[in-house]
Design a protein around this ligand. Structure first.
Ligand SMILES: Nc1ncnc2c1ncn2[C@@H]1O[C@H](COP(=O)(O)OP(=O)(O)OP(=O)(O)O)[C@@H](O)[C@H]1O
Ligand SMILES: [Mg+2]
Length: 444
């Protein structure tokens, strides 16, 4: 059962609150003063605290309430605290909300709003607990993966990345072809390297062929090699990528850009495992693990007739999708910290700017931004200004979540700030700051 602790010196207040809460199936606990409240908090499982700001009849400064809140916070980092305060003494409460109190209510309070606030905070706390559980589970999965597989210095925290990586490791050992899909700079080549590092050919070579970089008439020579004088401009005999990758992995990057002639040739070698150098009749056979990558929509290319369906099926036995960085936001800050190294820290403004940027260039863009920022920043920490993200200003939530949206959200939530904040995707503290700045007061 959900438990709420009421700390107030006024017996009438305690009784009224206890009654209102118990009607909602919430177990009320009551304490007369801070000492008793703190003692109860140690003894009982408490999901939320409602506390008064003044406890001695002759004080109205709110200092006792501030001290109590601090004492609760010091011992219980997560329990939401709602402050009860006189309208004339709002400043302390507002300050405490900025310092992490959940909400405040003015005395005399409105029962409906108070209960809505409490219900909401209890629900948020539950969600928070679930999130913490999920994070813990993710850590365990990550540790298990790192214990079993070679992950190099790949940095990741997001669930989506973890799932891609788990699949990559799982299929690494078999020799089925893997197609890695994802936008530019999302880390496709890193995934290919991890597949290689955990495969049965891990001690063999890792050979990359950028399919977008070879002219159509040189594709065959690139893939299979050529004998001396096999074509105009061919000098000495040379091996192609298939031979170079024998006993290892051939990484076919930008496979969507492989010219049609190359697609036919590649399909043939994938089907038979055999090929000939250009200008030679000698059949060669190699053992090569194929990993390909693309940022193109190959299905659309198949419909448009620019990519062979049969080749697609050959390459795409397992498809590994790497989402754009913006769709795995939990990776952003850990990656940023990784790229700046141990010498410098990111300050809060930098973290915010990083989280609000859309990252069209994905991890590569992030890497470049962080390298430049490390060079440009003067102090020990990197600020938003050092990052120089073009749209940092425009994409600030303050610009996008405007006054009207806030007022509407507050109206919908019956003035419950926690609920409005959740709806707007802001923290409570952030919403309070914004309300203050925009001169918005809660609807009554
Ligand atoms: N999870 C990660 N941890 C550490 N570094 C990463 C990670 N993902 C990507 N990088 C780095 O980001 C850069 C871009 O990654 P990568 O070259 O693998 O992307 P890509 O998807 O192959 O890009 P493109 O489509 O442009 O070829 C590289 O310098 C890579 O080392
Ligand atoms: Mg690449």
């Amino acid at each position: 059962m959900r438990t709420v602790l009421i700390i107030d010196d006024n017996a009438g207040v305690r009784e009224a609150l206890a009654l209102a809460l118990s009607l909602r199936d919430i177990r009320p606990l009551a304490a007369r003063d801070p000492a008793e409240g703190l003692a109860l908090l140690e003894r009982e499982p408490v999901d939320l605290v409602i506390q008064d700001m003044n406890f001695s009849a002759d004080t109205t400064s709110g200092e006792e309430g501030v001290a109590l809140f601090r004492a609760i916070r010091a011992r219980h980092v997560d329990v939401p605290v709602v402050l009860l305060t006189a309208w004339t003494r709002l400043e302390n409460a507002v300050e405490l909300v900025k310092a992490g109190a959940a909400d405040y209510l003015a005395k005399p309070w409105d029962d409906a709003r108070l209960l809505a606030t409490v219900e909401n905070l209890l629900e948020l706390a539950e969600t928070g607990a679930e999130l913490r559980r999920a994070r813990k589970e993710r850590r365990a999965r990550k540790a298990a993966l790192a214990a079993r597989y070679a992950l190099g210095d790949l940095v990741f925290e997001a669930d989506a990345t973890l799932r891609s990586l788990e699949l990559a490791c799982q299929v690494a050992r078999s020799d089925v072809p893997v197609l890695v899909t994802g936008p530019n700079g999302s880390g496709k080549e890193r995934i290919a390297e991890i597949i290689q590092a955990n495969s049965s050919v891990k001690d063999g070579p890792f050979v990359t062929l950028n399919c977008g970089a070879i002219p159509a008439d040189l594709v065959e020579a690139e893939l299979f090699g050529a004998e001396a004088g096999a074509y105009t401009g061919a000098g000495k005999a040379r091996a192609g990528k298939f031979e170079a990758a024998d006993g290892g992995t051939l990484f076919l990057d930008e496979i969507g850009n492989l010219p049609p002639a190359g697609q036919v040739k590649l399909l043939r070698v994938l089907e038979t495992g055999r090929f000939q150098r250009l200008g030679s009749n000698e059949e060669r056979q190699v053992r090569v693990r194929i990993v390909s990558a693309t940022n193109a929509d190959l299905s659309a290319m198949i419909r448009a007739g620019t990519f062979r369906q049969d080749l697609y099926y050959r390459l795409n036995v397992i498809e590994l999708e790497l989402p754009p960085l913006a769709r795995r936001p939990d990776d952003i800050v850990p990656l940023a910290e990784h790229f700046v190294g141990a010498q410098k820290k990111l300050d809060a403004s930098a973290v915010r700017a990083l989280q609000w940027h859309a990252w069209p260039g994905n991890v590569r863009e992030l890497k470049n931004v962080m390298q430049r920022a490390s060079l440009l920043s003067r102090g020990p920490s990197i600020t938003a200004a050092d990052l120089g993200l073009p749209s940092a200003q425009a994409s600030e939530p303050e610009a996008t979540v405007d006054k009207q949206a806030i007022e509407q959200a507050l109206a919908r939530s019956n003035g419950v700030v926690a609920q409005a904040a959740a709806e707007l995707g802001l923290s409570r503290q952030a919403l309070y700051r914004r309300m203050e700045r925009l001169g918005i007061s809660r609807p009554s």
